[in-house]
Ligand binder design. Structure first.
Ligand code: 5GP
Length: 205
């Protein structure tokens, strides 16, 4: 998505350790007009796919999921990073290793808000090694629900998450895929197409 790529080029900051900071428009201060365009784009990409709910993870996924949900007209559920483990059995639980904080969180979703009839679109801001998505997918499967697809704002294509999740047969639509980024020069190179687009255009390979 050109609008997002241009904004990342203009305002994104490449940090050491493969971290891209987009705090000025995506996940600290938020450009709502940009979020709206992203929500519209996922609606266009997932047109014709049955979606009953959007699932994300706190904190930075929530705003993006809420704006996007307005176009799908479905509720948003967000997984909570929990201090206390699930003793009463009322929640689905998993553990997620945070890429940015380098620690493991217990993550929970109440059993009340996911059901076997649900077709779920997962929305998140970044895809790096895929740990957050793997945790959310595990929760969806535990609930007996189906993953309808994944919408990611920024996929770091040089990390392994995208390959892992797509190899599970799950459709991942990333609006910008960073192919490489250099903390010394600040240069960010984007992949031309998402792997899904490329496969559709060139079915032989
Ligand atoms: P993963 O679980 O795929 O390794 O990492 C995804 C999660 O880590 C996202 O929810 C996001 O919050 C965070 N994250 C991963 N890489 C980056 C990055 O380069 N910049 C920012 N701001 N967050 C990131």
């Amino acid at each position: 998505m050109k609008l997002l790529e241009d904004r990342i080029r203009k305002d994104g900051i490449v940090k050491p350790g493969n971290v891209l900071k987009v705090d000025s428009f995506l996940n600290h201060q938020i450009d709502i007009g940009l979020y709206q365009e992203m929500g519209r784009e996922w609606k266009r990409l997932f047109e014709g796919t049955k979606i009953t709910k959007i699932l994300t993870i706190e904190a930075s996924g929530i705003g993006l999921a809420c704006i996007t949900a307005q176009y799908f007209n479905v509720p948003v559920v967000f997984a909570k990073k929990s201090q206390s483990i699930n003793l009463d059995g009322e929640s689905y639980c998993t553990k997620i290793r945070s890429f940015t904080h380098q620690r493991v969180y217990d993550v929970i979703v109440s059993r009340k808000y996911l059901s076997p009839e649900d077709k779920i679109l997962i929305i998140d801001d970044f895809l790096a090694n895929g740990c957050a998505l793997e945790g959310l997918i595990e929760i969806i499967h535990e609930a007996g629900a189906a993953v309808a697809g994944v919408g990611i704002a920024v996929e770091k294509g040089f990390q392994d998450g995208g390959r892992k999740i797509r190899s599970m047969g799950i459709r991942v639509e990333s609006l910008a895929i960073v192919q490489s980024m250099d903390p010394a020069t600040g240069e960010i190179v984007f992949a031309d197409h998402s792997p899904a687009d490329a496969a559709a255009e060139d079915p032989v390979h």
